[in-house]
Design a protein around this ligand. Structure first.
Ligand SMILES: [Zn+2]
Length: 111
């Protein structure tokens, strides 16, 4: 495993990139998903909101394939952690709904 999982207790708060301080989740914007050049993915247990090409290429299944099979229930974290991308962080935060989380991946280096 080449990632670090970080629990963030902040459902409903903005999330800033640890490398460039860009607000990647910015609830004051109508389009609240604002990926920066370090953002690998933004995903919930309900589906992907954003994926970078660089990260998707390292996943065993594409996002389209994952979504096409979601009738059996998504296991987003399982899919994400099978990727072979090196040295990244996953921020994991509660969605405010029992058992559902959002995951944001940050690369150490700009994509
Ligand atoms: Zn950044």
């Amino acid at each position: 495993m080449t990632f670090q999982l970080i629990d963030v207790n902040n459902s409903g708060q903005n999330v800033t990139c640890p490398h460039c301080q860009h607000a990647v989740l910015d609830w004051s914007q109508e389009q609240y998903i604002q990926p920066c050049e370090h953002t690998l993915f933004i995903a919930m247990d309900l589906g992907f909101e954003f994926i970078s090409d660089a990260f998707e290429q390292t996943m065993p299944r594409s996002v389209d394939e994952i979504h096409a099979h979601d009738e059996q229930g998504l296991h987003i974290l399982n899919e994400l952690t099978q990727a072979t991308f090196k040295d990244y962080q996953i921020y994991k935060m509660d969605l405010g709904v029992e058992g559902l989380y959002r995951y944001i991946g940050f690369s150490q280096v700009a994509l």
